[in-house]
Design a protein. Structure first.
Length: 396
């Protein structure tokens, strides 16, 4: 049986095409023995594992093996037992895709850790999984990382064959004019920005299939598999979760009317808040709070997790300002804390930086305040505390 797994591994690694090297590849400490990579469906976790194998091992090197827990073989056999056999044959690195398909996956991983001291396991799981909070047996032995969808920088590099590097938020705020001048001679970001907002976040835009259909299918899988299976929710509640998600999406970014939503989907206010939290964990929504507040309080704004989702849901009224704010929150969300500001279109980042998202082409002139950073769309280059919004897509 092991031979079949090695054959599959060799075929998959050989046919892996990862045109963009993900930043996470260099952020992970690969010396750790147990590494968990979480991420929402469709962001490229499988490709990431195979790319790691391709960069570090010869295709036919039996020290490394990729397996997917979707394989029915694992219905009758735990991963710890399988890992033991691989280890006995000289295996060093086991790459396990979709670990949560195994019912007692956390105790199985613990067993691997205790029994096979020289084996490294890298596994992927859903963003809905709470690795440490819900699985105390993994505390202290798993290093967990998040793989995100493409940033605007990754999308731009892919479309134009450039190799622009990421910048920190401080670098962008200090040197945005200089950074933009290094990028603009090679590419006009505004030519690609709308494409990214529409279909650039999920790597499957590279496949020759209808992107919106593919994204809708992915969104359904997020609710049907990731939320129901991992949160152990009965199937009969699925329609309530989907209806809630649709209503929140159609209403656009604003404070949810929890009582009304509870009435519409016929459940309690507390359940509505829990469902919103699950949809946020699944990376379908983002909850924005005023500074100092957090779940389980009601958020001051619920918005879709990324702008691609906005274009996939019909009929939805796409307002440019809302798309740009969604892009802003999504770009900063990886390494920064984003809170609601005291006015419309204002956000507080990391408890101190005040941002306003605005249109550089707006007819009414904005009175500029020294204490505010203006992230402007419809603008390729900025000046002083006015920065081009697209450049925040270079944070990772």
């Amino acid at each position: 049986m092991m031979e079949a797994f090695f054959r599959t591994h060799a075929y998959l690694v050989e046919h892996t095409n990862a045109p963009v090297r993900r930043l996470l590849m260099d952020e992970i400490d690969w010396n750790d023995r147990m590494i968990g990579i979480k991420g929402t469906r469709g962001v490229g976790k499988t490709t990431f594992l195979l790319q790691y194998a391709k960069e570090n091992f010869d295709i036919y090197d039996r020290k490394c093996l990729y397996v997917n827990m979707n394989n029915f073989y694992f219905q009758g056999r735990g991963i710890a037992d399988f890992a033991g056999e691989f280890y006995k044959r000289g295996g060093k690195v086991l790459l396990v895709d979709q670990i949560f398909k195994e019912t007692d996956w956390s105790s199985q991983l613990r067993k691997c850790h205790d029994l096979y001291p020289d084996l490294k396991i890298v596994f992927t799981g859903s963003s809905v999984m709470r690795l440490k909070e819900e699985n105390p047996e993994l505390n202290g032995i798993v290093k967990s990382y998040n793989l995100r969808g493409f940033s605007f920088r990754e999308f731009l590099n892919l479309q134009t064959s450039n190799r622009f590097r990421p910048y920190t938020l401080d670098e962008i705020l200090r040197n945005h004019e200089h950074i933009a001048r290094q990028i603009l001679p090679y590419v006009s970001p505004s030519k690609y920005f709308q494409d990214y907002l529409h279909h650039g976040f999920y790597p499957f835009f590279l496949e020759h299939r209808n992107y919106s259909e593919n994204l809708l299918k992915t969104m359904n899988m997020m609710t049907e598999v990731d939320i129901l299976l991992i949160k152990q929710i009965e199937l009969k509640y699925l329609t309530k979760i989907k209806k809630l998600f649709y209503q929140l999406a159609v209403e656009g970014p604003k404070a949810p009317n929890v009582s009304q939503l509870a009435h519409d989907i016929q459940t309690s206010r507390a359940t509505v808040m829990n469902y919103i939290k699950y949809l946020t964990d699944a990376r379908l929504l983002n909850m924005i709070y005023p500074c100092g507040q957090d779940f389980p309080k009601k958020p001051s704004k619920v918005m879709l997790h990324n702008s691609n989702l906005m274009y996939a849901i019909y009929p939805i009224e796409i307002k440019k300002q809302e798309v740009m704010e969604t892009f802003f929150v999504n770009s900063l969300w990886k390494d920064h804390k984003v809170n609601q500001g005291n006015k419309e279109s204002y956000y507080i980042v990391d408890d101190e930086k005040r941002f306003r998202i605005c249109d550089a082409d707006a007819k009414s002139k904005i009175r500029l305040n020294a204490d505010t950073i203006y992230a402007r769309y419809n603008s390729e280059i900025g000046k002083d505390n006015q920065i081009p919004l697209w450049l925040l897509g270079f944070l990772y």
